[in-house]
Design a protein. Structure first.
Ligand SMILES: Cc1ncc(COP(=O)(O)O)c(C=O)c1O
Length: 439
């Protein structure tokens, strides 16, 4: 495979202009400068074509510029673009009705809409405190919930996100994420690692430092996102739910990355048949238009008028794109995510047999993580190797993203074809082969 000559001339020039004017804080992955995209393929401004295994961090769920999404946006823009959440309009209500109908709990749901993942998490934090009248929260190490001052208090995937920003919002205690590949707690006989984590929460955290009767909520990503697509063991969510019920603690399910069909179910938590109290969503919900929010049990979303809001709540263009996205998901993309996801997991497991640097392949649907290690025995994280693989994949014509310390994330559009998966996996395996040879 002949590597692409990237970054090309146009990209290099753009990078110079970008660096002169755009905040240096954005964590750029590598020099890909987008010109246009179609489905699961994207082209840079030098004319190079790439297969997209990242979909704008799991956002372009229906592929780039799906005609139905484009049409819905155009139609709405012609009518009106904004009126603010101080008033009413039908697209907002229709979208909210449709997303409420997907709620992973039996009770009726109510919806709050904003325009990003972090705003969804902020809403969940405030609602949990408002509804319970309690102050404390439990979060998980390795999690990413956003970068504003409330969500940042939960984000713990890297200290880099917190450096220079303390003090954080108070009241958040972190516990180990149920990562059975890298356990740090001791399991009792007969329990899985997920059950061990919940036992730790109950016997250590809630017994020694965080009074359960003062704990508003436990917030968790059902599958770690930015932290490396870690999937909890089977026993975890049912016992976590029981613990919450025992103490009247709310379960906040942050599905900003894992939700809206990505795992082959509408909500990732449905993979464990457990009902949360509040669900956060964003990213894939509107195929790239800024839309995020929470849905909560109607009995929980009981805050009074004025308690929370945002100018852009229920933006009609985003809600229109959201409606088109939901329709496409129902019309076959969910099935595709489950089927092509399973195919991809199998193919990666086979690739793993040829590459000793792959310690684990895991995931659900089209949310798949590949963990790279120095050797399978010690499981020492191979961060440099992972970085090299991501870079080489880019040169081979494949867009991927790193996750955690040593993971590559696979999160293509949900309608990606098996042919493009095969082509992309070949590019990825070539990148792994050459990076291993160089290591
Ligand atoms: C699980 C999760 N929650 C919250 C966020 C924050 O979303 P945003 O970047 O839209 O603020 C992210 C972003 O990656 C995420 O993956």
């Amino acid at each position: 495979m002949k590597p692409l000559n990237v970054p090309g001339k146009e990209t290099k020039e753009l990078l110079e202009r970008d660096h002169a004017v755009i905040s240096p804080s954005y964590p750029r992955a590598y020099p890909f400068a987008m010109d246009h995209g179609k489905g699961s393929e994207v082209w840079d401004i030098d004319g190079n074509r790439f297969i997209d295994f990242a979909s704008g961090i799991a956002v372009c769920s229906t592929g780039h510029s799906h005609p139905k999404v484009v049409e819905s946006i155009k139609n709405q823009v012609d009518k009106f673009i904004h009126i603010s959440s101080d008033f009413y309009h039908p697209v907002w209500v229709e979208f909210s009705e449709k997303i409420a109908a997907t709620a992973p709990f039996k009770e009726p749901a109510k919806v709050f809409l904003g325009n990003s993942g972090t705003k969804a998490v902020e809403a969940a934090i405030k609602l949990a405190r408002s509804h319970t009248g309690r102050q404390h929260f439990i979060g998980f190490f390795g999690a990413f919930h956003g970068r504003t001052m409330g969500s940042l208090a939960f984000t713990s995937s890297k200290t880099q996100y917190r450096e220079n920003f303390s003090p954080m919002m108070s009241g958040v205690t972190h516990v180990p994420y149920p990562d059975a590949y890298r356990p740090i707690l001791v399991q009792s006989e007969g329990e899985d690692y997920g059950e061990a984590v919940v036992r730790y929460i109950e016997e250590v955290v809630l017994a020694r430092t965080v009074p359960p009767q003062e704990t508003a909520a436990i917030m968790i990503e059902p599958i770690l996102g930015e932290g490396g697509y870690v999937v909890p063991p089977a026993g975890f969510f049912p016992v976590l739910r029981r613990l919450c019920d025992k103490h009247g603690i709310l379960l906040i399910d942050d599905e900003v990355q894992s939700g809206v069909v990505r795992t082959g179910k509408f909500w990732a938590i449905e993979n464990w048949d457990v009902e949360p109290d509040i669900v956060c969503f964003a990213k894939g919900i509107a195929s790239g238009m800024p839309l995020g929010g929470i849905l909560a049990r109607a009995s929980v979303m009981d805050w009074p008028m004025g308690a929370h809001g945002t100018t852009y709540g229920g933006n009609p263009v985003s809600c229109s794109a959201g409606l088109a996205t939901l329709e496409l998901n129902e019309g076959g993309f969910m099935k595709n995510a489950a089927e092509v996801g399973e195919y991809t997991l199998d193919a990666l497991s086979e690739i793993m047999t040829r590459h000793p640097s792959i310690g684990q392949v895991r995931g659900k649907g089209l949310m798949i993580g590949i963990e790279f290690v120095k050797d399978r025995e010690t499981k020492i994280a191979a961060t440099d190797l992972r970085d090299n693989i991501v870079e080489r994949a880019f040169h081979n014509g494949l867009i991927t993203l790193g996750g955690g310390k040593n993971c590559v994330r696979i999160a293509p559009p949900l309608n990606i074809s098996q042919d493009l998966i095969n082509e992309g996996l070949q590019m990825l395996e070539d990148a792994i082969t050459s990076a291993e040879a160089e290591a």
